[in-house]
Structure formats: C-alpha cells, structure tokens
Design a protein around this ligand. Structure first.
Ligand code: NOJ
Length: 552
C-alpha cells in the first residue's frame, strides 16, 4: 500500500491518529442522582478517561429535547437540556477536558429538528403557503382530496415518512414523526446552522460529529421510489431522492471554511453511503473524516476484514484523509455480542426474541479483545463506544415495557431497536445502579454487568479494561499518523499487517493455534499457548524494538 499518494493536508493534525471516545451522555455517568447520565457525571469521570488514554470525546446530543429519539430530536441547538446540565457546566466540561489534554466533539443534527422546535411550532400555527412552512418539507398530498402522502417514502424507523397536519398538508420525517426534516433549499436554514456552528466553536469545542450527513437534500419533485424496503442501511448508488445527493457537498464546503477560521477544529461525517462515494465527503475542503461502516459491518473473517481494511485505507488516503475505525456505537448491536453470533446473522434487525440460543458469549468476548488490538494498531483514528473497553454485551432481553427506541413502536413491536446498546455503564458494585447513579438507572442493567464493573476490572491484570489501557498506552509509543502500512499474508484464517518496519499485528481467525512471526511480542489479547497464538486472539509484534520511542 505504499504506492498510494501522500496525504495532502493537515498532516500532523491531532485528529488524524486520535482515539475518540463516544459518550452517550444519558448512560455514561449520573452526577445529580436522577438515574440519567449528565454533564456533572461526565466531569467526575474525566480522570477515568484520561487514565484510559483517549485523545478526545464525542458527546451525543445534549440539547433540550423531549428525547423521543435519544436527543436527536432537538428543540434548541444552542442550549443544554436541564436533564443533562447547563451551558455553564458545558463550558466547564470543555475547559476541564482540555486540562486533561482531551478534545471535545459534539453532535450536530442538521437534517431535522424536534416537532417542539420553535420553527416547527410556528409552521404548525401558520397557514399553508406561509414562509415558516418553507423551512421544512411541508406540502399538499396526492390523490382525491390530497388525502394521500406526497410520495411513498418510508421512515428509517418504520412506517410512512409523511405525516398529515391538522389542515391537511403533510410534512416529511425520514426518522420519527417527532423529527420533521428541514428544507436545506431554504437560505434561513443554511444561515441558522452556520451560526450554530460558530456558537459552539466560540465556546471552545474542538469539532463536530455531523448526524445524517448524507441526507440533507431531497429531490424537490419527491418521486416515488421503486424499492421501499429496508431504508435503514442506505447503501444505494447515485440518483436516490434523499440519500447521498450531490447538493450536500456545497454545505460541507461552507462549513469547512467556517472551521478553518478557527485553529485545530474538525468535523466527522455520519454518512451511510456506498463506499465508493465516501471519499467525496472527505475531500480536503469538506469533512476531515467519515465513519467507516464497512469495517464495522465486516464479519469475523480474515479475508473479509483484510479486504475491508485495505480498501478503507486506500479510499481515505486517495483523498489525503485519514482512515477511521469503529466497532460499535449507540445505533448498532455491541460488537462483543455481534462477534458471538453465527456468520450471516442479520444484526441490523434485532429480533424480538433475542439471540440467546445462537450466541456464543465467550467467543464474542475473545474476538472483541482481539478486535481492540486490530483497531488500535491500524493507521488513522479510532472511535471507541463507551463500555466497549469493559467488554459490555448487547442487552437483548430488556423488558418490553422499558424500550424507548422509536423503532420498537414504529415497527409494530417487531424490531426491538437500539436500547440494548445504550444501557448505563457499570462503574462499581455500589448502589442501585452499579455506581452509575444513586437512583435506579433509566434502563435496567442486566446481571451480567456486575462482573464487568470498571472498578473491579481496573484491579484485574487480565481484564479487557486493562487490555485497552495497555493498548492505548502502547499505541502512543508505537504509532504515528499516516504511517506506511501493508497487509501481509501469513496463511489462511490469519489477518495480518505490517506497519513500516516497526510492528506487525497478527490475528488468528481460525480454529488452530498459530505460530507467530519472529519478533518481540509487545501485547496479546489472550495468553500465548506454548508460544503460539490461540484462536480468536491478536498479537502485536515488534520488528524493531529499539525504535519504540521514536516518532518518525
Ligand atoms: C443517526 C443517529 O446516530 C441516530 O441515533 C439517530 O436516530 C438518527 N441519526 C436520526 O437523527
């Protein structure tokens, strides 16, 4: 892979090799004892994050919101929900995080607002044709008496994507009915978001994770789509009426020039697009990075992972960007569970009855440990999802009565949705919420979390938390941004790559123990057996011990 062109811009920028820890704030740590995570809880746990060794945090939406979609239904983009704290606390958090050398990214949600946002309330209170309606996609229906929706589009969460209003017009909501889509053809929308970006940049945040970055523009003729099937994984090619339309790029070029006026700020795209289209989002005048869904979706299979890693690296490098690696987030089944499921399981559609019979919990955890050594040794940056360093599993058996993800109701209770990866973290063995809160947590923690509490793992030399801490510390010593990198072939069922002349990562994805290449073993995800790497394990091997602290 050394024939790829050199990255062109921001070569030494912090984000190119950063480890970014995702904070799903409702479930991270509760500081005020109401059972819901908040800024106070996060501030109190900054020392934990510093000790873990992350470079940055990304905080999921913390804005005023009725929380119909976990905060992605925003009422005011320039304030903090009282459940999470205040703007003053947000400022303190940013300062304190910076004091620990940790950057802060926040979530920007430009595709839609909450239906309680003042703009939508104004649109509701105004007659058809009023300018306030043009900030959203609000139109007459079709058919006799205009009683049918303007198109046959479906919501990502299930059911139709159009909702009729009291006066007969319809509004578009690609997500929940409480999340009307904004009309990005309207200059007021454009201006508003530019001022929202500046509001937060002026407060010192280091950048943004941009929600549904591929969805802002819609074909104004709202054509019906032939395939109205599963829209939750939009990987279609060109010409879709609402995903990945070319018009989005002009917006991000404008945003990039805003960020460029500040020093060292970045933005990362949540863009679920065809992999060949992803580089368009990370050209050097648009996003700095984009999440890499192909890697997240890859099966535990040496050929597949090797292909995806090589392609992802090349795609990012081709446009001078740094690749990113992500295994889990608040929208997908946690990977320690995913990797324990039989090959080919459709984990996007979490069935109501759960995976209990098919799931191999121990294999999932072994592979999650190995996967940590994969992501943390690849060139580029890594996004960790809170709790993956504790090996938390997906909680597939939450009682139906506590499910909050709109997917559950909108799928007629067929798809449980994403609550199972959002259960509050187990910090210790104390209290009713395993140290998360002094009150009952907003989602119940399963018995399995007791054995995974951070306080116990911190004392255990064999725990996955200790493994993450070691890997993060060593990553800093061994890795540099944009380093030379090549896949190597060490035989069937083995994933392996070499980083320059310094280090090799070997992953045993087969069923027999694997002899290791010559070199000093720096770190393994499982104990070696007679000097060999057991199945479902990874090893970092130094090829040049004496250069360990060099930064070339
Ligand atoms: C992607 C977010 O990650 C997800 O949680 C949310 O439901 C949708 N965008 C809609 O904002």
């Amino acid at each position: 892979m050394s024939d790829a062109p050199e990255p062109v811009n921001d070569r030494n920028a912090w984000w190119r090799s950063a480890v970014v820890y995702q904070i799903y704030i409702r479930s991270f740590a509760d500081g005020n004892g109401d059972g819901i995570g908040d800024i106070a809880g996060l501030r109190a746990r900054l020392p934990y994050l510093a000790e873990l060794g992350v470079d940055a945090i990304w905080i999921n939406p913390w804005y005023p919101s009725p929380l119909h979609d976990g905060g992605y239904d925003v009422v005011d983009f320039c304030d903090i929900d009282p459940v999470f704290g205040t703007l003053d606390e947000a400022d303190l958090l940013v300062d304190e995080a910076h004091g620990y050398g940790i950057k802060v990214l926040i979530d920007i949600v430009p595709n839609h607002t909450s239906n309680l946002h003042k703009w939508f309330q104004e649109a509701l209170a105004s007659p058809p044709g009023h300018p306030s309606r043009d900030r959203y996609h609000i139109h007459d229906g079709r058919g006799p008496n205009a009683s049918e929706p303007p198109s046959n589009w479906l919501s990502v969460f299930g059911g139709p994507a159009w909702q009729q209003m009291a006066d007969g017009q319809w509004y578009l909501h690609l997500f929940d009915v409480s999340q009307p889509d904004l009309n990005w053809e309207n200059p007021e929308v454009l201006r508003e978001f530019e001022s929202i970006l500046r509001f937060w940049l002026d407060r010192g945040v280091d950048g943004f994770r941009v929600d549904v970055a591929h969805g802002l523009f819609k074909d104004p003729s709202y054509p019906d789509i032939a395939e109205v099937g599963d829209l939750s994984v939009p990987r279609q090619q060109l010409g879709h009426p609402f995903w990945d339309r070319d018009e989005v790029h002009e917006i991000y070029r404008r945003w990039r020039s805003i960020l460029n006026a500040y020093s060292d700020r970045m933005m990362v795209a949540e863009a679920w697009v065809h992999p060949d289209r992803l580089p368009l989002y990370i050209r050097d005048d648009e996003f700095h990075q984009s999440f890499n869904w192909d890697f997240l979706a890859a099966e535990w299979d040496a050929n597949e992972m090797a292909r995806v890693i090589a392609e992802s690296y090349q795609r990012a490098r081709k446009v001078g960007a740094s690749p990113t690696w992500v295994l889990s987030n608040h929208d997908v089944m946690r990977h320690s569970t995913r990797y324990g499921l039989p090959r080919g399981t459709d984990w996007h559609r979490w069935p109501t009855e759960g995976p209990h019979e098919a799931l191999d919990v121990a294999a999932g955890l072994r592979r999650a440990r190995a996967a940590a050594l994969i992501t943390l040794s690849l060139p580029g940056s890594v996004y960790l999802y809170q709790g993956e360093e504790l090996g938390l599993p997906e909680v597939w058996d939450l009682p139906e009565s506590v499910l909050e993800d709109p997917t559950w109701e909108r799928s007629d209770r067929k798809v449980r949705g994403r609550d199972g990866c959002r259960v509050p973290l187990p910090w210790s063995l104390e209290g009713p919420a395993l140290g998360f809160s002094t009150a009952e947590p907003w989602l119940p923690q399963p018995a399995a979390f007791v054995g995974l509490a951070a306080s116990s793992q911190a004392e255990d030399a064999e725990s996955i938390l200790t493994l993450y801490r070691r890997a993060l510390a060593l990553r800093g010593e061994w890795l540099t941004a944009d380093e030379e990198f090549e896949m190597i072939d060490l035989g069937a069922d083995t994933l392996s790559y070499r980083k320059g002349s310094r280090m090799t990562c070997v992953v045993n994805m087969g069923s027999a123990d694997l002899p290791l290449p010559v070199g000093e073993v720096i770190l393994t995800s499982a104990p070696l057996k007679g000097g060999e790497l057991p199945p479902d394990a990874a090893a970092w091997i130094s090829l040049a011990p004496s250069t360990a602290s060099s930064t070339d």
